[in-house]
Design a protein. Structure first.
Length: 326
């Protein structure tokens, strides 16, 4: 039985009897002419014609064996591309759904999963709306505003609007906010390298959920990394938290050593203990050492001393004097 899939360039391919054909040309009476996908690389003479009812007539036989694995992979890729357009599932979910149950032989020839996931992204980008050039042009469609959990919830917690030249968008469901409100500790982390050029960074606030599990609950798109941007985002978030859990504030906040971020946290959460992240602390020290212009041998010699120095973070302050005298 014949079936049809799309090519990488959105052309048509015919799958029939274990072979794959590419369209050569259209003919009269809705006939279409097809030649083997290997007509150029392997000089295969395989040729077929389909009529208006998609009945296939093979006019020239192939010079090679059937390719059942290639056929299976072509169908899988086509289904992945179709799902990219017709569903709002994540690329990973789409790929996992489509490759479930494939044969071991086809699995061995399967491209890397990350490449299949990129196929989803490319298709959505090609078929999607024009990429916004300004913050005012961002319009989040209704189908992307709600969570895909059992209880569908609004995922846009705050959007300061198209008229705001310093627009901030906060993503979090009511469930996320409620869970964050039960955490005594917040962990804040900024990601400056992102594909959305209109916003300066994605700021993520995580919290403890059933200790010791830490989960991200709030995602904030910020237009800059100024104290004003951080503070405004925090005030917007806290206002939403107060609607659900009036007066709740975290006891401790861990951040990634951004000075503007620290100042905003201290202003918005004056009674919380603000700590820098240990990992970011080590990175900051190492960057500073590299900036001093020392040679490779000197830097390598300092490496062990750096490890001992950062280990002091875990020493009780009451023990410093004893350790210093040793």
């Amino acid at each position: 039985m014949a079936s049809f899939v799309k090519s990488n360039k959105n052309g048509e391919k015919l799958i029939y009897d274990g072979f794959i054909y590419v369209k050569c040309k259209n003919g009269p009476d809705n006939k279409r002419y097809w030649r083997c996908e290997f007509w150029r690389s392997h000089k295969c003479n395989g040729f077929a014609v389909t009529d208006s009812d998609n009945m296939v007539t093979v006019t020239k036989q192939h010079d090679h064996e059937r390719s059942p694995n290639r056929v299976e992979l072509a169908k899988i890729k086509d289904r992945i591309v179709q799902a990219a357009v017709t569903t709002t599932l994540s690329p990973r979910e789409i790929v996992n759904n489509q490759i479930a149950g494939i044969s071991d032989q086809a699995k061995a020839e399967l491209p890397k999963l990350v490449n299949l996931e990129k196929t989803v992204g490319r298709k959505r980008y090609a078929d999607g709306q024009p990429v916004p050039r300004f913050l005012s042009e961002i319009d989040i469609p209704e189908n992307l505003r709600r969570t895909k959990t059992n209880i569908s919830e609004d995922f846009i917690l705050v959007d300061t609007g198209a008229d705001d030249c310093n627009r901030i968008i906060i993503f979090a469901s009511p469930t996320d906010v409620a869970r964050l409100s039960t955490s005594d500790v917040w962990l804040c982390d900024g990601t400056f390298k992102n594909d959305q050029k209109l916003f300066y960074q994605l700021w993520i606030i995580s919290g403890q959920f059933y200790q010791p599990v830490v989960l991200p609950f709030v995602y904030i798109l910020l237009p800059s990394k100024t104290t004003e941007s951080y503070l405004r985002a925090l005030e917007l978030l806290i206002a939403k938290i107060d609607e659900m859990s009036p007066g709740y504030r975290p006891h401790t906040v861990i951040f990634d050593f951004e000075k503007a971020e620290e100042q905003a946290l201290q202003t918005a959460l004056p009674f919380a203990t603000i700590h820098g992240c240990f990992f970011q602390f080590k990175q900051a020290l190492w960057r500073k050492i590299q900036e001093l212009g020392w040679g490779k041998a000197e830097i390598e010699g300092l490496h062990n001393y750096l490890k001992m120095f950062v280990a002091l973070t875990f020493v009780d302050t009451g023990m410093f004097e004893n350790l210093r005298n040793r």
